[in-house]
Ligand binder design. Sequence first.
Ligand SMILES: Nc1ncnc2c1ncn2[C@@H]1O[C@H](COP(=O)(O)OP(=O)(O)O)[C@@H](O)[C@H]1O
Ligand SMILES: Cc1ncc(COP(=O)(O)OP(=O)(O)O)c(N)n1
Length: 267
Amino acid sequence: MTISKALTIAGSDSGGGAGIQADLKTFQELGAYGMSAITAVTAQNTLGVHGVYPVNIEGIVQQIDAIGDDLGTDALKTGMLFSGEVIEAVSERIHHYGWDNIVVDPVMIAKGGAKLLQDEAVRALKEKLIPLTSVITPNIPEAEVLTEMKITSLNDRKEAAKHLMDMGAKAVVIKGGHADDKEVIDLFFDGTTCEELVSPRIETLHTHGTGCTFSAAITAQLAIGMTMRDAVLTAKEFIRAAIEDEIGIGAGHGPTNHWAYNKRGEK
Ligand SMILES: Nc1ncnc2c1ncn2[C@@H]1O[C@H](COP(=O)(O)OP(=O)(O)O)[C@@H](O)[C@H]1O
Ligand SMILES: Cc1ncc(COP(=O)(O)OP(=O)(O)O)c(N)n1
């Protein structure tokens, strides 16, 4: 039996809806063996982020090396990296191990407003990490920061995707959760194909961790050998099911349902 391995380099969400916890649940559901390197611990629940405790660089590098020197990985994603120093160290280790299938979710701000990336870190993201990236998955506000463009139309999104490719990303998904459109349109661009991935906008409060879950689903699919386009299409279906079949826990913005995609397949 071949085991497909996926690594997440991201922050911990004590509430289990986003970060490392969402990533590992998604890896498991999509058939990849999940591993992690934790960059920061957050005290977090459906009501917000109550504290952020960064792990020091040595601790982060040691976790990555523990995987690189023994287990290896077929794909990896980055989530909350918090500082420029962390981005530089993580990029250096990815380069050192020659890893491929690199999914970068450029997490900047949680939906509740908490800062998960320092402003000074954007430069390191652009100069060190994006050039190593197989696919980058910004939401619209993140794409605006990275490209220094105001994004209001679909054409702006296409333009922004091209900018991100010019920075070195091999493919881009600009997620549409934050737009005002009636439907949710995620724009996929791989240098040749530019595709609008459209799905109904689900009216719900419970979208905590959607970006983490979406990028983790792409990572798991790449780990098991899917092409980039198929990985993104499956991730879109995975997150749609996870939002639709809400589990409604917590008093605020609840997590998505990581069981939903496979439960549907069983019916
Ligand atoms: N209300 C919604 N209905 C359906 N899909 C959604 C909704 N909100 C987000 N999504 C999907 O969840 C994924 C994450 O999108 P987005 O919310 O823009 O990212 P982030 O969580 O990083 O801010 C995308 O694939 C998007 O299409
Ligand atoms: C530890 C941690 N990492 C990332 C996020 C942001 O997750 P995201 O998927 O963008 O969802 P929201 O938090 O914005 O709902 C996080 N909150 N915590």
